[in-house]
Design a protein around this ligand. Sequence first.
Ligand SMILES: *Cc1c(COP(=O)(O)O)cnc(C)c1O
Length: 373
Amino acid sequence: MIPFLDLKSINANYRDELIEACARVIDSGWYINGKEVAAFEKEFSAYCGSEHCIGVANGLDALTLTLRAWKELGRLKEWDEVIVPANTYIASVLAITENRLTPVFVEPNELTYNICPKNTEAAVSRKTRAILPVHLYGQLADMPTIMEIAEQHKLLVLEDAAQAHGASLNGRKAGSWGHAAGFSFYPGKNLGALGDAGAVITRDETLSQTIRTLGNYGSHKKYENQYRGVNSRLDEMQAALLRVKLDHLDEETQRRRHIALSYAKRIRTQKIMQPVDCNTTMESIKNHVFHLYVVRTKQRDALQQHLQKLGVQSMIHYPTPPHHQKAYECWKQKSHPLTEAIHDQVLSLPINPFMSNKEIDSVIYAVNSFFEK
Ligand SMILES: *Cc1c(COP(=O)(O)O)cnc(C)c1O
């Protein structure tokens, strides 16, 4: 069986370095807010080409705390509207509703699955105060256009970069475009910890300090509490492990792109939509880090069963859009037809950076054989 994602085999490549990092933390006797977190924050903000990085407990908190900080700073207020793609992972939406802000869903661009600038512009109302673009599946949203719209209407932009560590456009990386960006280091993400972890990236020093305070019980100084905060911190152990993984991220991304190009060139059927075209070159896909390799077909369920029979595990990202989740019964009547069609038709193929060439061949063979039947 070719597993969808084999975290054990990914992390096994760095076993010695990871163990050394753990030992360093154990022997330091310091487990929260120490040298490893400070060093990782510096290294990751430099990697993203930004200034401040605030380690938090997970990606959802990175988004939630940023919106909360904007509220505390008076830049957002309750029930302001935040434009968000309808086809995203639920966390992008939870961060908005948790802050008693109003999500306004827009349909994506059909080729990239990312937020459509035209629809974004059309969704701006008198109450709109922010846009939350998601770099879905690892591909940067059209940030130059989104930032233009934001500037024109004086909107805040929070990038959900949880799937896009290192994706770049015109030399600018994910996380360096908006006023702030949330990253997740969930183990299965391209930069994955060995537990939960997340971070916010920003150039805004006031915002950075406010997020750090909010994530530390609302305290900027021991035993003085400015806000009713939460406990959401990146810990020393995860930070030390992430420093090891960050050193290897670009190599892994190149390998992901290599696998993606093999799929694009060798999956020979017009019956599925692929994320890249077969004429694409390495140079032209720097905006994509292939967190997922997502194909789209009306025969999705049958294809998935066929792959399973041939020993290829695939996954669906995601089966149900946020507006049709039980958690949001209030939106049951809402309809976003393109988003709903995408959820019915997408399938993610395995794209582990340490897949062997033989495994890549097997995935391609399995997909092609379904359509040649
Ligand atoms: C994973 C993910 C998140 C949430 O990150 P966690 O660390 O799991 O909380 C948010 N948005 C998107 C798009 C994600 O893929």
